[in-house]
Design a protein around this ligand. Structure first.
Ligand SMILES: [Zn+2]
Length: 144
């Protein structure tokens, strides 16, 4: 068993015992879903599938981050799969935003060397060239 797996197993065991203690104090009525441990294990067993859905993310790391966050904030969820899905969506959205922030796009004409280029922070601009009358396209993206 790798160190990462061992850490994971320890974390799950700690969460499980914490859950059991919380359950005694405040029982979750009418449980329809499997325990947190079972749900999280199911997510862990399907990390490859999650990774395909969210290719820009390290899903295993995100899962650990989510579990840490839940523990730190003492939050319990009924449906961890749904919560994980939302967690990944938020993470991948913030990554896309960061990428847009650091890049600038250079628009230019493909047919003429005499036309000037124009740069924009947006990649979906419609810029028409006054020199040749064609629509400029992105010819380069640069980190700003
Ligand atoms: Zn032009």
């Amino acid at each position: 068993m790798s160190i990462k797996n061992k850490e994971f197993e320890n974390l799950l065991l700690r969460i499980d015992s914490l859950e059991k203690r919380l359950d005694k104090l405040d029982p979750v009525s009418k449980r329809k879903l499997p325990s947190k441990k079972e749900q999280v294990e199911e997510i862990q067993n399907n990390l490859e599938e999650w990774s395909k859905k969210f290719p820009s993310l390290d899903v295993e790391f995100e899962l650990l981050k989510m579990l840490d966050w839940l523990k730190a904030n003492q939050k319990r969820k009924k449906d961890y799969k749904a919560f994980f899905r939302n967690w990944l969506r938020k993470s991948s959205n913030s990554i896309e935003k960061k990428v847009e922030d650091v890049y600038r796009y250079i628009y230019g004409c493909t047919n003429s060397g005499d036309c000037s280029t124009q740069d924009s922070e947006y990649k979906d601009m419609y810029i028409f060239c006054k020199t040749c009358g064609s629509q400029k396209t992105i010819i380069k993206s640069i980190k700003s």
